[in-house]
Structures are given as C-alpha cells and as structure tokens.
Design a protein around this ligand. Structure first.
Ligand SMILES: Cc1cc2nc3c(=O)[nH]c(=O)nc-3n(C[C@H](O)[C@H](O)[C@H](O)COP(=O)(O)O)c2cc1C
Length: 407
C-alpha cells in the first residue's frame, strides 16, 4: 500500500512484461492501478488484471479485514481493471459493488456474482464514506459503454480508470512529481491517447466538460503514472486532439426508392449530417443527370448510397452509377451503403461490394467493432420497410459516418 494523499492508498500491480493488449504488445509494460480509500467506510476503486486477481485479493486480505470493506467501485468492466472482482467480492462479503447500470450484467456474467451485490450509481450521485464523499460521473465509451469516473470530493482526486492513463511499467515512480525533472511522460501519454482513446474521440469533449469544472489536485488513472502536477496540460492533450477536425465538409447522399422508405432514411441521415454543420445534397438518382452526379461524387468529401431491394436486386439506375465509380478516382473517400428492405435486403450488400471494389473507404460493422469495440453500429445500414422506428440505429450510424468524415 502506498499513500497518495491522506487515507488514499495505491494498491495496484506493476506489470513489466511485454503485455499483449488490444492486438498490440505493450513494449514498456503497464500497471493496473487500484486505490483504497479509508474513512468511516472503506472503498476500493477498481482492481487489477485478471491474471493477477488472486495475488491482489490475497495481498488485500493480508493488509485489511476484507469483511470490513464497504464498497468496491468498478469504473470500467474490462478485465484488466475488474479482474480481481470475483475473488475479492467473495471475501469482502459485506461490500456493495458500485457501477453504472450497463456494467451490472457484464460483471455478473464475467465473475458469477449475484445481482444483490450491485448498487447502480447514476450521473452526479454522491455516496458518503464519512468525512470523504464519492461522486460518480458517467463517461461512456471512454473506454467502453459502461465507463464512469469517480471523484473524491474533499481530497480533489479524480479516479479515471482508462482515461488519462499511460502504458508504462515503472516500479520506482508512481506520481509524476517523483520523476526526475528532465523526464516527461508526454510522449507515452500521447501514444496511449492515440491507441486507446482516439477511436472514441467523439466522447472526449463531453468527458472534458465533466472534468474541467472539478477542482482537481490529483488525477489517479488505472494505468501508469498518477498525475499530481500540471493537470491542465494533461487534460488539454485530450481536448486538443478531440478538437482537431476537418472543416467545411460536404456529403452526397444518392438513393433510389420505390415507395419512399429509403428516401425517408436518406432524409434522416441528411438531417443528422446537417445538424453537425456538414453541407449535404440528397439526390434521388432516377431523376438526376448522371454526368452531374459523377462530378458531385468527385467533389463530395463522403458519399452515402441508398437502395431498397427489388427481387433481390437494385432497383432503378443506381447500379449504372456504381459501375462508374472505379473510373472516378474516388479511392479512399468515406462511403457507406444504406437502404430499406422487406425480408432479405440483398441490394445494400451488392452496393457495398461495388464500393469496396472501387476502393472507397467503405464503412462496415466488422471494421467498426475491430477498431472501436462498438458492436451496435450497423453498416451497411439496413432497415425493414418504414424506417420511422429505427431512428436510433440511423442516428448512431450517421454519427460514425460524421466521425469518419471529420477525422
Ligand atoms: C416488387 C417488389 C419486390 C421486392 N423484392 C424484395 C426482395 O427481393 N427482398 C427484400 O428484402 N425486399 C423486397 N421488397 C420489399 C422492399 O424492399 C421494401 O418494401 C422496401 O421498404 C421498399 O423501400 P423503398 O420504398 O425505398 O423502395 C420488394 C418490394 C416490391 C414492391
């Protein structure tokens, strides 16, 4: 145990292996920072990687009577932080597990823990430990959907789990202020942002809005160094990256429609793009001059192609345009397929084949899962019949397309 501020202890694990993680190898290793807060009530903030779960629980049991632990806060469910939850919850029989609502099911399934052990906390909720107070703020998708941060109000410490972390195993130094004056962690800190946070950039500014108004002395993340000086400079790395984006963007939406359903989807997508300041032109290709369309395709920063399905095929003249793409030099331009269908929806899949054959930067669900872990984004975007009940899916897909345009 290592005290970082009065009655707040680091109880983590430094992992100096070359750590396999997210299809990478962390050459400098990493650490899993967990923290113990002692007050009238005692709270553990996060745990360590599942590989070290038993070791962690045994050490904690040596250091304290685990039956006296009141709360286990799980800011983020990934097993590099929640990995000891199963073993510690079994020994800390009186501890409530504090987490967001979407975290409960994941933790119950992963660690075989009963629902009665969980207490869901909501945005801005406070829990008193005695003299100290925990406040919880949701920070979704940083790094996964259920993520939150925990603020220790009186001590002005923010426990941020993955956010503001660094993948470095340093057994000698924990606080940034302990490092020699000529050593900066900025390069590793920035690399971490690029690898872990940048794919979720859209969520960074809302998180900054939560963090900036807080009075902060320490940011205590769950990988690498505890930040105890120059905090604005670390926060601004995230803010500046999130603010970098391309400006004055334009998008083209080309669609066909038999009874208006794909047209409705086109309008819904158009609205989302326009709300974000993107200049959009939505065109029913049946009525359009094809040479003009080809020029617009070349000028647009990104293109959405919409089609319904008619006897397992693409109705209308959209396929003529798709065949032309290869000759329009549009390689690398963001594009995606969308459309309404009735029962099988072959046409959107065929459209996607054309987009990929023309080397457009074609959005596909599987690529999004691989790069962000977000499994609820559908590309090609398919809706059965009337899209009015699919507003949520359409908005989510539009948001991802906007990100791809911008970044
Ligand atoms: C003549 C006809 C053929 C259709 N064939 C298919 C089909 O093969 N597969 C399918 O999933 N839906 C099929 N549908 C259903 C349409 O794709 C569905 O009604 C869709 O919502 C129409 O969208 P739209 O109004 O944008 O054209 C067919 C509809 C019609 C009228």
């Amino acid at each position: 145990m290592r005290e970082i501020t009065k009655n707040v202890y680091w109880v983590g694990k430094v992992d100096d292996r070359k750590v396999p993680f997210h299809r990478l190898v962390l050459e400098k290793g990493t650490s899993y920072n967990a923290y113990l807060i002692k007050d009238e009530k005692t709270a553990l903030i996060d745990t360590v990687d599942i590989l070290f779960g038993k070791e962690f629980t045994d050490k904690m049991a040596e250091a304290m009577d685990l039956a006296a632990l009141d709360y286990i806060v799980i800011n983020h469910t990934e097993p590099d932080h929640s990995g000891a939850l199963g073993s510690i919850a079994r020994k800390a029989v009186n501890a409530k597990i504090l987490c967001t609502a979407p975290a409960v099911y994941e933790l119950m399934e992963m660690y075989k823990i009963g629902k009665e052990r969980f207490q869901v906390v909501t945005n801005g909720e406070e829990i008193s430990l005695g003299e100290k107070t925990l406040v919880f703020y949701e920070t979704p998708y940083l790094h996964t959907e259920e993520t939150m941060v925990t603020y220790l109000k009186e001590d002005e410490v923010l426990f941020t789990c993955d956010i503001f972390s660094t993948h470095v195993a340093d057994k000698e130094h924990l606080l940034v202020s302990e490092l020699p004056e000529d050593v900066s962690i900025m390069e590793d800190y920035d690399t971490y942002y690029q690898l872990i946070m940048d794919p979720h950039r859209r969520y960074v500014l809302p998180m900054i809005d939560v963090v900036k108004p807080l009075s902060l002395k320490i940011i205590a993340p769950s990988h690498g160094y505890v930040l105890d000086q120059n905090l604005p400079s670390y926060i601004s790395v995230y803010e500046n990256h999130a603010l970098e984006s391309k400006k004055d963007l334009s998008a083209l939406i080309l669609f066909n429609t038999m009874s208006g359903n794909t047209k409705k989807m086109a309008r819904m997508l158009e609205n989302e793009l326009v709300k974000e300041g993107i200049k959009v032109e939505a065109i029913n290709t049946e009525k359009a001059d094809l040479d003009e369309i080809y020029t617009k395709i070349q000028k647009a920063d990104g293109i959405l192609f919409g089609t319904s399905t008619r006897y397992a095929d693409i109705p209308g003249n959209l396929e003529v345009i798709l065949k032309e793409l290869k000759d329009l030099e549009v390689e690398g331009k963001p594009a995606a397929a969308f459309g309404s269908y009735g029962w099988s929806g072959e046409a959107v899949e065929v459209v996607e084949d054309y987009l990929r054959a023309a080397d457009l930067r074609t959005l596909r669900s599987s690529d999004i899962i691989k790069s962000t872990g977000m499994s609820d984004i559908e590309f090609p975007l398919r809706v059965r019949f009337n899209p009015e009940n699919s507003e949520k899916e359409i908005k989510k897909a539009a948001a991802v397309f906007i990100d791809v345009l911008r970044y």
